[in-house]
Design a protein around this ligand. Structure first.
Ligand code: E4P
Length: 221
């Protein structure tokens, strides 16, 4: 059960990485636009964050943007040269899946993104994807049950003994999305930092802590 952060904000990633709870990062062109910096520089910095400590090197998804598989592979080579923890993100299109097949045959990890159906997941697994990203929030925006989609993918992968393609729940908008994704069988959930921060919180924890602090002070008066 892994947690990725869904952001291109290097400061936020550095901060949360220190918890030892973060296993990777996903980025996309929109998140890169928000960062407002050169994407190769951003990916290099994120890669270094994960390379600097002992516990794991993580997986950093860098998305290619191109019309043809050939161009996607060229962009992927540039990202992959940054470090061994780089995963190439390609869209679930005809050209994207061609690129996925070529890259995975070269042992480059691929995350097939913008997944909205079981059939897309099957093709991505066949193309050798290490990760597939069903978009839960955007499914719901379009009256598709994203959690049911994860359950179906999990079931079909299990029936067919597919163990090398991980289900990475993306487009997460709430704590319920996180919990329900894991319950449905997601291997990884990629969280906007705001949702990760919410996961720590519970009103009863705050209340209990306030009582313990009060009693401790009373004892030490
Ligand atoms: C992650 O891989 C996706 O790019 C991201 O989760 C999309 O989220 P959004 O639908 O909130 O933009």
């Amino acid at each position: 059960m892994k947690i990725f952060l869904d952001t291109s904000d290097v400061g936020v990633i550095k901060h949360h990485y220190q918890t030892g709870l973060v296993d990777g990062v996903t980025t996309n062109p929109t998140l890169m636009m928000q960062a407002g910096r050169n994407p190769v520089d951003v990916i290099s910095e994120i890669s270094s964050v994960f390379s600097g400590r002992g516990y794991h090197i993580g997986s950093i998804s860098a998305e290619v943007v191109a019309d043809s598989a050939e161009e996607m592979v060229l962009q992927a080579e540039q990202y992959h040269s940054i470090g061994e923890n780089i995963t190439i993100k390609v869209p679930c299109t005809y050209e994207g899946l061609k690129a996925c097949r070529e890259l995975s045959e070269r042992d480059i990890k691929v995350n097939v993104t913008l997944i909205f159906s079981l059939n897309q997941s099957i093709l991505a697994a066949k193309a050798g994807a290490t990760y597939i990203s069903p978009f839960i929030g955007r499914c719901e925006d379009n009256d598709i049950d994203g959690i049911d989609l994860i359950s179906s993918i999990k079931r079909v992968f299990k029936l067919n003994s597919i163990t090398t393609t991980n289900i990475l729940a993306a487009s997460i908008r709430s704590i319920d999305h996180v919990n329900d994704s894991y319950k449905a069988g997601a291997d990884i959930v990629t969280l906007p930092p705001k949702i990760f921060e919410e996961m720590y919180k519970h009103v009863l924890t705050d209340q209990g802590l306030a009582q313990f602090d009060k009693d401790w002070k009373e004892l030490n008066k």
